[in-house]
Design a protein around this ligand. Sequence first.
Ligand code: MG
Length: 266
Amino acid sequence: MPPICRFLAALVFTSLFHASARGAEPDLSAWPETLREEVAGILRWPFNDRTRPLPLVVAPLPADQLVSTPPPGAITLFNGKDLSAWQPSSWRIVGDAVEITPGKDYLVTRDSFGSCRLHLEWWTPPGPDLKNGQNRGNSGIFFMGQYEVQVLDSYQNITYADGQAGAVYGQHPPGVNPARPPGEWQSYDIEFIRPVFDADGRLVRPARLTVDFNGVRVQDRVLVFGPTNPPARRPYRAHAVALPLQLQNHREVVRFRNIWIVPLAD
Ligand code: MG
């Protein structure tokens, strides 16, 4: 077969493959009509789709312009000194940060939280032979233990768009990529609005997330489809109005510091 024919055949096959992978029109009937367009926007792309366009790389806000001081009413979860706000774990304090012990447990707060504002800073190790992909400074912030804002070394790191730093994992890639190089501290300011369920466990209001990554807004009140844990998008299951916050252990070294939270009224 001439090269041009092989190229055209591969193009047709690739198009058909991705069309079938995306499947039929999603069933949106369980969602209120006012939300269907947003939900369809999430479902337009398959989970962890490697053909999804990657976010544009932009400059982060200079570190000295970022505000990291807790506001009045904030609850300090970690100020570099002790882990008393967290359940016992294998994580250890290094300098003014807390570091994952790879392959062990998540770091879980003692208290439970619903809607909140969260600030934290995170750090992934530099190195001469960093590989592309998800196993590079991967962690995450799991609101209510199940809605993840991804943490990943996303500096010159090719991986699927909805798994990059600042993604609502598997649902929303960050709008842009303002990652600093590994070895520098990165900053998150996140507003999480919890989902609401009625007495019969039906969803009344989905969760929403707003994420500022290094001072750049990368998520703006995006609708959370449901729990983000792999291997697929799943519908909501009713849960308590407040649950512990969790930091993910994804088998890689990541450090966190300066963690505070402001509970928000629903
Ligand atoms: Mg993660």
